[in-house]
Each structure stands twice: as C-alpha cells, then as structure tokens.
Write a protein that binds this ligand. Structure first.
Ligand code: PMP
Length: 351
C-alpha cells in the first residue's frame, strides 16, 4: 500500500458563486458590475501587439502601480498589485499572520478569510456580529495575531465610519490590521488616509467591482513602505510575474478614466436606492447597503425557496446555507432593466 497521500496538504477550498452560461440569464450572484469597462480598456485590447507577449511583464506592474499611486495620492512604494484582491489578501495573510495568537475577523464576513487561515495554519477567532449584523469593536481590543475587517462588510453590505476603523487600528499597534475595501466606492468611507498615520494598516481594493474588470483579475493594497516591502518579498518568493501585460495596460486605462468610473458607480448606487423600496413592496427587508448589492430577507417566504425559484427562471442571486444568514438573499445590483425583470419574477413567485 502506498502512503503518498499522507503528505498531501488537504484543504477545504473556498467556493465562488456559480458562473452559469445561459444566453437569457440575469446574473446577480457574484457582485460583478453590469456595465462594460471604461472605453480605454477596449482600445488597449484592440491595439495590443501580440509581439509584446513574447516578453515577460514588468515584475512591479509599473504603469499600473504608478497609476494607482497617483489616483490614491501615495508613493509608488506604498502600492502592491495582485491578481485580484484575492491574491493580494492571500499574500497578506501569508506575510503578516504567523504568530501564535489568533487572527480576528467577524463570524459573518467574506468566507475566503477562514480558508486562507486554514491553508496557512493561522489560528483565528471569529467574534460574532451583533443582532443587527454590526461589528462590535470592543471584540477587537484583546491581544491577537492580526485583524481583518471588510468595510463595507460582505455579505451584510453594512459600512462602518472611518473613526470606527481608526479606533480598531489604535487599539492594535502590535498587529497588522487589514481593511478589505472591495466595495468601498459604492458608499463606504475609505481608510486610505490612515495608512500614512499607521504603519501597520493595510487597505485592500479591487478592480472587479467599481472598475468593471472582474475578468481581468486586478487588485491592490495600499500601506506603509515597510508593509508593502514585506509583501513583495513573500510574493517574490513564489511568483515574481503575477500581473500579465494586458492586465497592467487595461488596469492603467481604467484608472485614468475618472469620469467613466464616477458615471457607472453613480448609476449603480442610483439603481440600488430605487431597488430598496421595490423589494420592500414585495415583503423584503434589506440591510442598509453601502455596496453594489443588497442583503435581503422576506417576511414569510424562506430565502432558499425564493433562490431556487428564481434560478428556475434563470435569474441568479446568491444564497448562503450558513448559520445566521440562511434566510437572506444576496442580490447584486444589475442594470435598471435587469432589476425590473427581477421584481416581476419575484412578484410572480411570491403571489
Ligand atoms: N473581498 C471581498 C469582501 C469580496 O467580496 C471579494 C469578491 N469575491 C473579494 C475580496 C475578491 O475579489 P477579487 O479577487 O475579484 O478582487
């Protein structure tokens, strides 16, 4: 009998939302942006000379990191770029969390955090959100090996103000605090300015949501030069060329088009504000959203049943069969037209 499997690293992976492929579907299940990327991105792809792909990309993703630095008002050395914010967060977990004390993040938050913790053998604890799905900041005042807060939180959609985040950072001078701002552009307050003041604060962002580029896989972190150089050293210890040449150039084009960014973000937040009363009319309650999605529960019909019936109509939303949130639906904000079709389907299902 062979024993090779004894030496295999066995993990329970993160399960991303479905990517169904129906021509008639309405896809509101993975918080993608319903609008195309900035026009400059299509230009880059049209004009890309395939010969540039013969060469390795710049390991520091130069044009992209420089454009991000300018946009965020920081130096080039304060920027870390990765293959989506999942890559950035995974690298940050590997870099900053190696102590014996538990890393802390809420019980209801982005479900990739416990997966990275398990993968890297990082001890962790998950303080419970309160009855209104709010983070209790006092839970983060005790000794720990690091802290991760998604703000706005996912899937709850709730954002905490900047002074709340600063308070947590102030109480944790001896560990790295990561603030995952995947959804901040849709209504949250960014902690970017605090990265100048606190050497141990890392802010993580993505191009997948507010920059309409989930398929290009671009994420980044902003932090002190020290934090970023530790992450670079870890990244360069397993893969120096994470960003492809097309992703560097498309990301740069996207970040330079501020007007398009503003326009699409505003369209999505306007659709979200109209969606809340529409869903209320149908018997739903939504948590107060600062993101490009809603977290909604129905007063009588179980979430799982609504999820299944919507899926039969090729309308995809996200359902988590997990304690505390198993009667909620996470609904990504689509175009106005897609949302109208959602309301029509829901009113049929609920009648
Ligand atoms: N953080 C949060 C809170 C998210 O919801 C997501 C999206 N799944 C990510 C990070 C990762 O997104 P991406 O890797 O596309 O940047």
């Amino acid at each position: 009998m062979s024993n090779w499997e004894n030496n295999v690293r066995k993990v329970v992976p993160y399960v991303p939302g479905d990517q169904p492929q129906y021509p008639d579907m309405i896809k509101l299940n993975t918080n993608e942006n319903p609008y195309p990327p900035a026009p400059g991105v299509a230009e880059v792809l049209k004009n890309l000379n395939a010969d540039v792909l013969r060469l390795y990309p710049k390991p520091d993703a130069h044009e992209l990191a420089a454009a991000i630095a300018e946009e965020c008002g920081v130096d080039f050395n304060n920027v870390f770029v990765g293959v989506g914010s999942d890559d950035v967060l995974g690298t940050a977990f590997l870099t900053f969390f190696k102590g014996d004390l538990p890393v802390l993040f809420p019980d209801v938050t982005y479900s990739f955090y416990p997966v990275w913790a398990e993968l890297y053998n990082i001890p962790y604890e998950t303080p419970a959100l309160d009855g209104n799905f709010r983070i209790k900041k006092e839970d983060y005042y005790k000794p720990n090996g690091g802290i991760v807060i998604a703000n706005p939180n996912a899937p709850t959609t709730i954002a905490e103000p900047l002074d709340f985040i600063e308070d947590i950072v102030k109480h944790n001078k001896d560990s790295v605090v990561i603030v995952d701002e995947a959804y901040v552009d849709f209504g949250g307050e960014t902690a970017l300015e605090l990265t100048r003041k606190y050497e141990n604060l890392l802010v993580v962002r993505t191009f997948s949501k507010s920059r309409n580029l989930a398929g290009m896989r671009i994420g980044f972190a902003i932090g002190s030069e020290k934090l970023i150089s530790y992450m670079m050293a870890v990244r360069n210890s397993y893969n120096s060329y994470t960003m492809t040449t097309p992703s560097i150039l498309c990301g740069e084009a996207s970040i330079k088009d501020k007007a398009y960014f503003r326009k699409t973000v505003d369209k999505i937040t306007a659709t979200r504000e109209k969606a809340v009363p529409e869903l209320q009319k149908l018997g739903f309650t939504c948590l107060d959203s600062s993101a490009n999605f809603l977290f909604a529960t129905h007063k009588t019909v179980p979430a799982k049943e609504i999820f299944t019936k919507l899926r039969e109509k090729h309308i995809f939303v996200r359902y988590f069969d997990k304690p505390r949130i198993n009667n909620y639906l996470r609904i990504t904000i689509g175009t106005d037209n897609e949302m109208q079709q959602l309301y029509a389907a829901l009113s049929e299902i609920l009648k």
